[in-house]
Write a protein that binds this ligand. Structure first.
Ligand code: ADP
Ligand code: MG
Length: 675
């Protein structure tokens, strides 16, 4: 049996089961083998009934003490009976397994294994599995794999199929050079696969896991390296030299650039006038002044006679960029347009026509830049702002719109080094380490809900001093399931709590784009003093006159997200404040929020967040289908990641060639990246 064979080749797997497998993304024997257990169950010796505790999964050996009862409710059939051993008795319950009524006879002994839960006052064993004593003996002490499943597919079916596949498939030769295996203390690939599914012991399964995690990282990085080499070898067809307009832009800025900004500008300049295409990521904390760098690059493209575009993750941000970038570039003779999904079809057609005929130089927009049928005219530069909302593939599909344009990516969340390698290993990286001078650091506090009246009085004072405030609520409107502050009701209450002279507005994602725009514009102009909003303002929004950020139910947000929200203030020269309102009683929530109090450093906060939530949620990459390592965890396995990185970069040309050849016939292990 070959790894590329269909799972139908495995005995006992017919049409129906293979369809269920397909739901899990398993079509071939190799994919089946690459479907690793989620965890393991160890079947322990049966214990006396009176020692059972709530929450535990345990086995007992006991005899059926009562008749099996079947209770029918509207859509369920509840099957139950009591069992007894020398120490006591307990009730067993099952759903919809009516056949048990005929199978379980009073007085007969079985071993029952299941989860102990509490119903009303009593402990019950929920959905126990039933074994004969001999049958159970054979399972005792063995680590049984528990697989991710889908409705209709049982763990036993999957387990049997994997066991057959491993027994019969032709496993390929190990693709890793012996040197790398030795240097990293790894076990052989085939042994690791066998062990991860059917481990001999806790220790050996750790070794197996280490090898597979290493493989996942190794292959991922190898692919990223290939992409990078491909990009770096891409000839620059848009050689862009500094123009008079570029010099004017820099001379007329209302502030002095930081050293970091100056460095990045010269890096961009070098890249764009060099032999090869630019592929650069700019990393910098919130408020470090990334936008101007994008503006410079866009101007470089436009003033050399080409087009450039910038893609933002939200309508609100695209609109804001359109206004602020337009203000800077139009006086320099650059024609700027906006393209977003929310525009009317007629308007979009109009804008697309202008783009195609090169009546506009700089195009600012949302996803519409990829989704709409846009034909660019000599697109020389693609910028994506606040990158964590976009995946690698989206970045690529925009870059593919032109004939190999330069690519500039601006990250929203500062990313710890290990993660940067994985997310952006295909890019050159610039880091802005400092915030513009004269910025006072934002004063933060974590408070309970009883602090609200004080906070409102504080906001009143700030407004009286000419400033503005944001208040963030997690929800748009009241929900029955979740108890959290919502924008709609909150605004109503806030209007009552604040003096009549203070204008309050609300903003959320469910509003029409034109409404959102109006609200944002009035806030940016200072007409509205307090903006009650959902997280639609999370990224990019820039209203430097706002000095207070108050976040309700702050415990509901991730730390990196809170840092982004806090970054909406502290953008001007005045002292700014951030009030995190903890709407929960839990100590854990408070401890987590205290991190925000202690630190204003996005890199540190992202690292802390990564510990708690993992990279998928933190960077929104899980939804985009990337970074789906089967076993590897970027945070927990950072050590292995570093080792894999070193191993990839240490390979001689000859070793690398050998690896590539062998990998060609190896397991489709890395369901990790699609390029
Ligand atoms: P981010 O890095 O979060 O995207 P922005 O580019 O939006 O930050 O910049 C935040 C604010 O700082 C803007 O109002 C911008 O005009 C201002 N700014 C940028 N660079 C400097 C600088 N060198 N000195 C003072 N203010 C600056
Ligand atoms: Mg920004």
């Amino acid at each position: 049996m070959e790894l590329s064979d269909s799972v139908r080749e495995i005995k006992g797997i017919g049409e129906k089961t293979s369809q269920l497998f397909a739901k899990l993304g398993i079509c071939t024997v190799g994919e089946l083998i690459g479907h690793y257990p989620r965890t393991y169950e160890v079947y322990g010796n049966p214990v006396p009934i009176d020692s059972l505790k709530e929450g535990q999964i345990a086995a007992v050996e006991a005899s059926i003490a009562t008749m099996v009862e079947v209770k029918r409710t509207e859509n369920l059939q509840l099957v139950s009976c009591n069992i007894r051993d020398a120490s006591g008795s307990i009730r067993l319950t099952w759903f919809n397994q009516v056949y048990l009524k005929h199978m379980l006879k009073r007085g007969i002994r079985y071993i029952f294994r299941g989860k102990i839960t509490r119903k009303n006052e009593d402990l019950v064993m929920d959905q126990p599995k039933i074994y004969q004593r001999e049958e159970y003996r054979r399972l005792l002490g063995v680590m049984q794999p528990v697989y991710p499943l889908t409705g209709g597919l049982s763990n036993r079916t999957l387990q049997k199929a994997v066991s057959q596949a491993i027994g019969q498939a032709n496993m390929p030769e190990d693709y890793l050079p012996r040197r790398i295996i030795k240097e990293n203390g790894l076990v052989q690939h085939t042994a690791a696969i066998r062990e991860i599914h059917f481990p001999k012991s806790k220790e050996t399964v750790q070794d197996a896991r280490k090898r597979i995690v290493f493989d996942e990282f190794f292959q991922f990085i190898l692919k990223l390296r290939q992409i990078r080499e491909k990009c770096q070898a891409e000839k620059n067809r848009f050689i862009l030299n500094e123009t008079e307009q570029c010099r004017m832009l820099l001379e007329n800025l209302p502030y002095k650039l930081t050293d970091g900004q100056k460095n990045v500008i010269s890096e961009i300049q070098n890249d764009m006038s060099g032999h090869y295409v630019m592929n650069r990521l700019i990393q910098g904390d919130v408020g470090s002044g990334k936008t101007i760098l994008a503006v410079y690059a866009l101007l470089l493209a436009a003033s050399n006679g080409f087009q450039g575009c910038i893609m933002a993750p939200t309508e609100v941000l695209a609109q804001q960029h359109y206004e602020s970038i337009g203000q800077v570039l139009e006086p320099l003779g650059v024609r700027v347009c906006l393209l977003t999904g929310a525009m009317t079809a007629a308007k979009k057609r109009d804008v697309c026509a202008q783009i195609a005929s090169h009546e506009v130089d700089v195009i600012i927009g949302t996803h519409a830049l990829i989704q709409e049928k846009v034909e660019y005219h000599n697109l020389a530069l693609v910028v994506t702002d606040e990158q964590h909302r976009f995946g690698v593939r989206q970045r690529e599909s925009l870059a593919n719109k032109g004939g190999h344009p330069h690519v500039l990516v601006m990250s929203a969340t500062p990313i710890p080094r290990t993660l940067a390698i994985v997310l952006y290993g295909d890019l050159d990286v610039s880091v802005l380490t400092e915030l513009p001078a004269k910025r006072l650091s934002i004063k933060s506090c974590v408070v309970g809900t009883s602090y609200r009246p004080t906070a409102y009085r504080f906001i009143e004072k700030q407004v009286a001093a000419g400033h503005q405030a944001y208040i963030i609520c997690p929800m748009v409107e009241e929900s029955e399931e979740i108890e959290a502050e919502n924008v709609t009701d909150y605004t109503r209450r806030l209007v009552e709590a604040l003096p009549a002279g203070i204008s309050v507005a609300s903003l959320h994602g469910k509003m029409k784009p034109s409404q959102k725009n109006d609200v944002m514009t009035r806030f940016a102009k200072g007409e509205t003093k307090v903006l009650v909003s959902t997280t639609v303002v999370e990224v990019g929004v820039n209203v430097p006159n706002a000095t207070v950020m108050m976040i309700e139910d702050a415990q509901r947000f991730g730390l990196a997200q809170l840092h982004q929200l806090r970054g909406r203030v502290g953008r001007g020269e005045a002292q700014s404040y951030c009030i995190f309102v903890n709407g929960s009683e839990s100590d854990k929530a408070r401890e987590r929020l205290e991190v925000m109090n202690r630190s204003n450093d996005g890199f540190f906060i992202a690292q802390e967040d990564l510990k708690v939530r993992g990279p998928g949620e933190l960077f929104g990459v899980r939804q985009s289908g990337e970074l789906q390592f089967m076993l590897a965890d970027i945070y927990q396995d950072a050590g292995i990641l570093a080792a894999a990185l070193k191993a990839v970069d240490s390979m001689s040309d000859q070793e690398r060639e050998q690896v590539m050849t062998l990998l060609g016939r190896s397991l489709p292990l890395s369901s990790t990246i699609c390029v």
